[in-house]
Design a protein around this ligand. Structure first.
Ligand code: PLP
Length: 419
């Protein structure tokens, strides 16, 4: 029996979270996939080169695969079998390894501040659970869409800091505050991402120090996404916000093995909530954010699988670092080829040096969807229109360096023919 919508409405007391209805209907990558599929159907002879979605193409490092296999074998034997992990925060061996990794580039992050997760995306979305929905969120525009979506889902109000050509796509805080419904406000939660997806831009130590001072002044917290830290080559660019004074009292950091070690399909990342990070509850008591977060995770998350954590541990061994560096160098060479082509063609761009993303201004004064169509139809190369990341991306375009080297060279050869 079918219920008409009207009848169902009259008998049902069920209410959905209507904030979901406010989300962008046609998610960026679905629209791209539809366009690519239509093109492939009408041009079956054309070889499409995909430089759009930020997935990696190089296989896992051998040491990682060995560690995963060995851990699977342990699970097959009664004496070494493991079930639930006690805390769900990650095994000590991995939290310790991550802490040592931080130490290798000068950041002091104790294992006790680190929680292991199934990738940074989950925590990007879940962390907001420990904050009230009345908080005002500041997100740089353009941005990784998860920040916007996960806050819209809870009905939070968002203000945007413009990242644009003038500031090199590295937005800085507005000392006068941000406009919200005709009033000037200061944000409570600030999302920063460096190296940035989609723009590839990075914050210097001096710029991050300004953000930290701003957050402190306005009692805000920074959610710092460092998912691409392994791509930073310039020694003056911080790989962690904790390389800066005062960050532990102000910032939560999210990190991932997805791009560092090819874990997009394996799923493992880590979040740092420092013990120093405290706030005051409405009854005046001091509250540790790490305790709140651990409480949330204790109720809703049972940890990452043992073989995956052993695989992640292998990434942080000296041999593991040597092996994953090979893939990173491979992608960095792609980024160099793309950047070289754009430089030759006098196309303005950011990224590509400390980042696997290259963000360029659409040539021929086109908007990003028109340029997307031109690239697809004329040279069969797929990128990502900047419009999908926010209003400041309307005339910009993202290419990723995660592809095959030969294909990247071929794509750039085709790209030149557009001019
Ligand atoms: N943060 C940024 C900026 C990203 O671009 C991504 C993935 O593309 C993630 C976080 C999430 O990565 P994962 O969930 O694979 O760890």
């Amino acid at each position: 029996m079918f219920l008409t919508a009207k009848f169902y409405y009259e008998v049902s007391a069920l209410k959905i979270n209507e904030n979901y209805l406010k989300l962008e209907k046609n998610y960026l990558f679905i629209r791209i996939a539809q366009k690519v599929k239509a093109f492939q159907t009408t041009h079956p002879e054309k070889k499409i080169i995909r430089m759009g979605i930020g997935d990696v193409t190089q296989p896992l490092a051998p040491i990682v695969v060995d560690a995963m296999k060995k851990a699977a074998d342990e699970l097959a034997v009664k004496e070494t079998f493991r079930g639930y992990e006690d805390s769900g925060a990650g095994y000590d061996f991995l939290r310790q390894a991550v802490s040592e990794y931080y130490k290798s580039f000068g950041a002091d992050v104790p294992a006790s501040d680190i929680r292991i997760n199934d990738g940074a995306k989950s925590d990007c979305g879940n962390l907001v659970d420990i904050f009230d929905d009345s908080n005002i969120i500041l997100i740089t525009d353009p941005a990784y869409p998860v920040y916007v979506d996960s806050n819209l889902m809870n009905g939070r109000q968002i203000v945007y800091a413009d990242s644009n050509e003038e500031n090199g796509f590295a937005a800085m805080p507005d000392p006068d505050g941000y406009d919200l419904n005709g009033k000037k406000i200061f944000p409570d939660i600030i999302y920063l991402c460096s190296p940035n997806n989609p723009t590839g831009a990075v914050y210097t130590k001096e710029q991050l120090a300004i953000w930290i001072a701003y957050a402190k002044q306005h009692h805000a917290i920074i959610l710092y996404d460092a998912a691409y830290e392994a791509f930073i080559r310039d020694e003056n660019i911080p790989r962690s916000i904790y390389l800066l004074d005062g960050a532990k009292e102000t910032a939560i950091e999210l990190c991932s093995l997805s791009k560092t070690a090819g874990f997009t399909g394996v799923r493992c990342g880590y979040t740092v909530v420092p013990a120093e990070l405290k706030t005051i509850a409405s009854d005046g008591t001091e509250v540790s954010l790490a305790q709140l977060w651990n409480r949330r995770e204790g109720s809703k998350f049972n940890g990452v699988s043992y073989p995956v954590q052993r695989a992640a541990e292998a990434v942080f061994t000296p041999e593991g670092q040597k092996q994953v560096r090979k893939s990173i160098l491979y992608y960095q060479e792609n980024a160099r080829v793309i950047a070289e082509t754009l430089t030759e063609l006098h196309v303005p761009f950011t990224g590509g040096i400390n980042s696997p993303y290259i963000w360029f201004k659409c040539p021929f004064e086109m908007d990003s969807w028109t340029f997307f169509d031109k690239m697809l139809n004329e040279i069969a190369v797929v990128g990502t229109p900047g419009a999908g990341f926010g209003k400041n991306g309307v005339n910009w375009f993202r290419l990723t360096a995660f592809g095959d080297q030969e294909e990247t060279r071929e794509a750039m050869h085709r790209f030149r023919s557009l001019f």
